[in-house]
Design a protein around this ligand. Structure first.
Ligand code: SF4
Length: 450
């Protein structure tokens, strides 16, 4: 009798640091490695090689990446480094000479080859099975969908273009094919990400590709419309959420898609400041003085539009007058979700060496002011939802208490608020449910299935 002995697949440990974009890179790398016959190891001890996908956005993130590399070396010893810190290979080698290989962000072939060198896979036709949708590091019911990489802007506080290069957009048919597979495999919410979603396709001159008997341009509006036409196996419309949108004029064209229900009434726009002078010195794109008027027009078309944004306080040269302008602007704009950051000098960013750096205590004071104002605006807006119903996507269910946690259309995972439900033990993650809102605080809603 012939008995086939399966070779033991080599195991790869993964430490993925940084933003959702990095997480997507890790998913792609692990998907490819799984297809090549590798297993994942949940701990250092069981791994034949450990892959550390680093973040280099801020100096604090770089330090965290170096610490993660050090820990992987100490615990396992066979370490491959990839991600944004790959640009600083010399600094990594100086501190950790035993690192096996260092590759940069999006050098998929290189990082896969480095893992193959470190722990060669044993080919077997019996174990090279990978789900159609690839392997995911997010829960099954939501997925990040990366549509482009890099950025053509040169904001004074940012080193991403230096780390990741100029904008490179994916073909729209490739993005749509990936989205279709994700939705078929259980994804209920697609989170569209890039460095600058509104610039999608500029590098491809918005060329069109065939898709399902039609032509789809490499353009944010076309892509959003096609994503909104996807259906889950149950016939539900998956949520499509747009992140990192800059308020270029053509963003106006996405608002009708929200009114039609093809895209969530949600825009994540990183304004970063409001004072024209600070924005000019930040070298921000789409620095439009009429943005408040445009927000008003968008809300006239889509009254439940939720706008999230982030702001930097204490940028070099930010005066009291600039900061007051920002506070008054925030009062007027009534944004739904706001994240504030104190300006942090990053090595290599032009703002780091600008004159008139703002003292730490002033940054702290301004940070607290913005957070307090935004919390008040958010609390008022959420209080207005009490007594109404909202659509919620369930993230987690606690069978013991019968409670559940989910998010409304106004809440992106990880960064926005949540909806806490009682009497919801019968639900499952990934369920859509209508919720009667009973209470609210500054960030979250509370209620029960309607
Ligand atoms: S738009 Fe500005 S902040 Fe955003 S990635 Fe590009 S350069 Fe950096």
């Amino acid at each position: 009798m012939n008995v086939t002995t399966f070779p033991k697949p080599p195991r790869v440990g993964l430490v993925s640091l940084g933003c959702p974009k990095n997480l997507v890179d890790s998913e792609r790398i692990m998907t490819k490695l799984r297809a090549d016959g590798y297993d994942m190891s949940p701990d250092y001890a069981g791994a034949d090689v450990v892959l550390v996908n680093t973040c280099g956005f801020l100096d604090s993130a770089k330090e965290e990446s170096l610490e993660a590399i050090g820990e992987a070396i100490a615990e396992n010893g066979r370490v491959v480094v990839t991600g944004c810190m790959g640009k600083e290979a010399e600094a990594i080698r100086a501190r950790f000479p035993d690192v096996l290989a260092i590759t940069g962000a999006h050098q998929y072939e290189e990082v896969i080859a480095a893992v193959h060198d470190a722990a060669p896979a044993v080919p077997s036709p019996f174990i090279d099975l990978v789900p159609e949708s690839g392997l995911k590091l997010t829960p099954r019911h939501y997925s990040y969908l990366k549509i482009s990489e890099g950025c053509n802007h040169r904001c004074a506080f940012c080193i991403i273009p230096h780390l990741r290069g100029d904008l490179v957009s994916r073909r729209p048919d490739a993005v749509l094919r990936e989205a279709e597979k994700l939705v078929a495999a259980g994804t209920k919410e697609l989170l569209v990400i890039s460095q600058d979603t509104s610039a999608y396709g500029v590098d491809l001159r918005h060329k069109a590709w065939p898709w399902k008997g039609n032509e789809v341009r490499a353009h944010m509006t076309d892509l959003a419309r096609e994503l909104g036409k996807l259906r889950t196996p149950d016939g539900d419309t998956p949520w499509v959420r747009l992140h990192y949108v800059y308020p270029y004029p053509h963003v106006n064209d996405v608002i009708p898609l929200m009114a039609e229900g093809l895209v969530l009434p949600y825009l994540d726009i990183p304004f970063q400041h409001a004072s024209p002078d600070v924005l000019r010195r930040m070298r921000r794109p789409a620095n439009d003085a009429k943005v408040l008027e445009r927000i008003r027009n968008w809300r006239a078309l889509v009254p439940n539009l939720a706008i999230r944004s982030s702001f930097v306080v204490g940028f070099p040269g930010e005066t009291d007058a600039d900061f007051d302008y920002l506070l008054r602007w925030l009062e007027e704009a009534q944004l739904d979700r706001v994240g504030a950051f104190k300006f942090e000098p990053v090595e290599g960013a032009p703002a780091t060496v600008m004159p008139d750096q703002v003292p730490d205590e002033v940054k702290q004071y301004r940070f607290e002011q913005v957070m307090a104002l935004s919390a008040k605006i958010s609390a008022d807006k959420l209080a207005a939802k009490v007594g109404r119903t909202v659509d919620v996507l369930i993230d987690a269910v606690d069978a013991e208490t019968g409670g559940a946690t989910g998010r409304s259309k106004a809440d992106a995972p990880e960064i926005d608020g949540e909806v806490h439900l009682r009497d919801a033990g019968h639900l499952e993650p990934g369920d859509f449910v209508t919720v009667q809102v009973e209470d609210a605080d500054a960030h979250d809603l509370f209620g029960a299935p309607a």
